[in-house]
Design a protein around this ligand. Sequence first.
Ligand code: SF4
Ligand code: SF4
Length: 146
Amino acid sequence: MRTNLCQLEHLSCFGCCGHDWKNKKEVLEQIMKNTKRWEEGKMDKFVKESEAHLSRSGGCKSLIFKEGRIVCALHPLQNNGKDFRDKNCKINHFCEAFKEFVKWNKKTQKKFIDFLLAKNIDNYEYSMGMDSGEFLKEFKEREHIH
Ligand code: SF4
Ligand code: SF4
């Protein structure tokens, strides 16, 4: 299976599902609130409430905790192929790290994965580092990739 940097082993990235991110505590508390709304099981209501604007923590209100991961509750992967993502979601957006990664050969891809996993970071740190381009920059400098 192809490696998906958005869900890498135990790490979930949500970096591009928001902006002007607040601190870890605020972001995770908001995701917990979203999860509770989602657990009510009323999808129409959930979509409507997620749609209006980003939360104060900076993140999309569709981000939830599910089975040990942080995922988009509206994504087709969570909804048997049905896409509930709304007009405010840039469905085709990928970060620079993602876009470059898919063009690298297997050896460089593995090096990048090992580099990321060796950081021993959590979901929040992973998301911020991926979205800002910091991890990509650090890796490319280290490996002399131009
Ligand atoms: S920032 Fe990159 S790795 Fe993270 S969810 Fe977006 S596309 Fe995926
Ligand atoms: S709808 Fe889903 S994919 Fe789109 S920004 Fe929100 S969490 Fe991310």
